[in-house]
Design a protein around this ligand. Structure first.
Ligand code: NAD
Length: 477
C-alpha cells in the first residue's frame, strides 16, 4: 500500500514517516498510510505559501470564485463516496458523513459568491475635500489546525474564506482523520489553485501544529481547550492574529411547560447523535422538577432503542467512539460520575458487534449537581447528565455557571421565557425548541468564555478574521 503524501508547493510529498489510519468501526480495516510531516515540511509549505501570496491576492475575483465553485461541484458530485470515506475514518454514520460532505460543498459555494459580493466602504471625511475608503486586504499565510470530529466541514469552513479573501493556506488536519483532508486537498489542487496557494501538512500536533504557529501570519484553530490555550499563547508571543474554537459543556434547559416529545428529541439528538462527539453536544440537561421524571423516562426509553453499530451499516443510528483513547476517557468519566454520586439510569457498556470496533452504549446520569466534574469538564462522548431544578431562574443560573459558553438551549412553550433565555444565556449560540447542535453555514458561529477566542467563523463574519482593514485618506487636488 502506498503512502498518501502531503501537498506542498503544488507537489505531493511522502517523506520518511507515516501513520496508519484505522476504521473505528472495524479495527481490521486500514484506510491507508498517511505522511507524518516534519518541521521542515511546514517551513517549505509556509515558504511556498508566502511566495504565492501576492499572485493569489491579485488574482481576479472571477478566477477565485470559479475555483471555489469547482470545489463545491466536485464535493456534491462525489458526496456519497466521500461521505463513506469520512464515516469510515471518523465513525459517524453514513448519513452523517454524506451530510457533512454536502455541508462542505455549501460552504464553498457560499464563499464563491462572497468573493464577488465582498466590498469596502467609501465615506466623506470630516475635513473638506478629503475622501476616505475602507478596504479589506488578505492577512497573509494562514495556518489552519483542525480536529477529528468534523474532518471535512471544519477544514472547509476555514479553507473557503481563507482562499476567497486572497490568503494562502497551510492546513494541518487531526492525526486521527487525515483521509478526508487529503481528499479535500486533492479536489482543491485540481480545481486550479496555483502552486503554493494551498498546502496540506499532515502529522503530529506537537510537531506540525507547533511549527505552523511559529511560522504563519495568522492561525485559525478548532480543537480542545488545552491545545487552544497553548496556541493562543504561542500566537500572542509572535503578535499574530489567532482564532480558537474550543470545547463546550452545553446546557439544554427543559421547562415544565415543554412539549415532552420535543424535549426528548432535542436531548437524544443533541447529547448522543454523532456519538456525543460534537463541541455543541448538550451534556448538561437542566430539567424542571415538574417534568423531570417523565423526561428521564422518555429519554431512557429512546436510548434503549438506539441502534449502535458499524458506521456504514444500514440502520445504524450511532457509530463507534473515534478511538481507544477516547473510549477510555468516556469510561473514566462514567466512573467519575458514579463515584461523585450520580445515578446512571442508563449506563454505558462496551458493545460487541460483527466487526471489532470502539462501540459504547449511551450513559444518562440523574441525581447530579452542577459542581460535579461530570458537569464541569468536557467528556466528548455519549454521556449526559440531568440536573434537577425548581424554576427557570435556577435553570438559567445553572446553565450559565460554567467555564464554557458555546451553545445553550431551552425547551419551553413560553415565548417570554424563550426571549429572556436568548437575551441572558452566556453563550455564542442559543437554541429554542431545538437541539444545541445543528447549525446553518451562512451565519456566524462561535462561543464565549472558555469556548472561543477571537472573531466568529462562518458566514460574512469570517471576513473579520481572514482580512485586515486598511483606511485610506485622499485629498482631491
Ligand atoms: P485537539 O485539541 O487534541 O487537536 C486539535 C488539533 O490541534 C489537531 O489537529 C491536533 O493535531 C492539533 N494540535 C495538538 N497539539 C498541538 C500543538 N501543541 N500545537 C499545535 N497544534 C496542536 O482536539 P481534538 O481531540 O482533535 O478535537 C476534539 C476537541 O475539539 C473537543 O474539545 C471539541 O469540543 C473541540 N471542537 C470544537 C469545535 C468548535 O467549533 N468550537 C468544533 C469541533 C470540535
Amino acid at each position: 500500500m502506498g503512502v498518501y503524501g502531503n501537498f506542498i508547493a503544488g507537489e505531493w510529498r511522502t517523506g520518511a514517516q507515516a501513520s496508519t489510519n484505522v476504521n473505528p468501526s472495524d479495527t481490521n480495516d486500514v484506510i491507508g498510510e498517511y505522511a507524518a510531516g516534519t518541521r521542515a515540511d511546514v517551513e517549505d509549505a509556509v515558504a511556498a505559501a508566502r511566495q504565492a501570496l501576492k499572485g493569489w491576492a491579485r488574482q481576479s475575483e472571477q478566477t477565485r470564485a470559479d475555483i471555489l465553485f469547482r470545489v463545491a461541484e466536485e464535493l456534491i458530485a462525489r458526496r456519497e463516496e466521500l461521505g463513506e470515506l469520512l464515516s469510515r475514518e471518523e465513525g459517524k454514520t453514513r448519513a452523517e458523513g454524506i451530510g457533512e460532505v454536502g455541508r462542505a460543498a455549501q460552504v464553498f459555494r457560499f464563499f464563491a459568491g462572497e468573493v464577488v459580493r465582498f466590498g469596502g466602504e467609501f465615506l466623506p471625511s470630516v475635513r473638506p475635500g478629503i475622501d476616505i475608503s475602507i478596504r479589506r486586504e488578505p492577512v497573509g499565510v494562514v495556518g489552519l489546525i483542525t480536529p477529528w470530529n468534523f474532518p471535512m466541514a471544519i477544514p472547509a469552513w476555514k479553507i473557503a474564506p481563507a482562499l476567497a479573501y486572497g490568503n494562502t493556506v497551510v492546513l494541518k488536519p487531526a492525526d486521527l482523520t487525515p483521509a478526508s483532508a487529503w481528499a479535500l486537498t486533492d479536489i482543491v489542487a485540481r480545481a486550479g489553485v496555483p502552486a503554493g496557494v494551498f498546502n496540506l501538512v499532515m502529522g503530529r500536533g506537537s510537531v506540525v501544529g507547533q511549527a505552523i504557529v511559529e511560522t504563519v501570519d495568522a492561525v485559525s484553530f478548532t480543537g480542545s481547550v488545552p491545545t487552544g490555550t497553548g496556541i493562543v499563547a504561542g500566537a500572542a508571543k509572535r503578535m499574530i492574529r489567532v482564532q480558537a474554537e474550543m470545547g463546550g459543556k452545553n446546557p439544554l434547559i427543559v421547562m415544565d411547560d415543554a412539549d415532552l416529545d420535543v424535549a426528548v428529541n432535542c436531548a437524544v439528538d443533541g447529547s448522543f447523535f454523532q456519538t456525543g462527539q460534537r463541541c455543541t453536544a448538550s451534556s448538561r440537561l437542566i430539567v424542571h422538577d415538574g417534568i423531570h421524571d417523565r423526561f428521564v423516562k422518555g429519554v431512557a426509553a429512546r436510548l434503549d432503542k438506539l441502534v449502535i453499530d458499524h458506521a456504514l451499516k444500514q440502520g445504524t443510528q450511532v457509530g463507534p467512539v473515534v478511538d481507544g483513547k477516547q473510549l477510555d476517557q468516556d469510561f473514566a468519566y462514567i466512573e467519575i460520575g458514579e463515584n461523585e454520586g450520580g445515578r446512571a439510569v442508563v449506563r454505558g457498556q462496551r458493545l460487541n458487534r460483527e466487526t471489532p470496533g470502539f462501540y459504547l452504549s449511551p450513559t444518562l446520569f440523574t441525581e447530579t449537581h452542577n459542581d460535579m466534574r461530570i458537569n464541569r469538564e468536557e467528556v466528548f462522548g455519549p454521556v449526559a447528565s440531568v440536573i434537577r431544578v425548581r424554576d427557570y431562574d435556577e435553570a438559567l443560573a445553572t446553565a450559565n455557571d460554567t467555564s464554557f459558553g458555546l451553545s445553550a438551549g431551552i425547551v419551553t412553550r413560553s415565548q417570554k421565557l424563550a426571549q429572556h433565555f436568548q437575551a441572558n444565556a452566556e453563550s455564542g449560540l442559543t437554541m429554542v425548541n431545538l437541539p444545541t447542535a445543528g447549525l446553518d453555514y451562512h451565519v456566524p458561529f462561535g462561543g464565549r468564555k472558555g469556548s472561543s477566542y477571537g472573531p466568529r467563523e462562518q458566514g460574512r463574519s469570517a471576513a473579520e478574521f481572514y482580512t485586515i482593514v486598511k483606511t485610506s485618506y485622499a485629498q482631491s487636488l
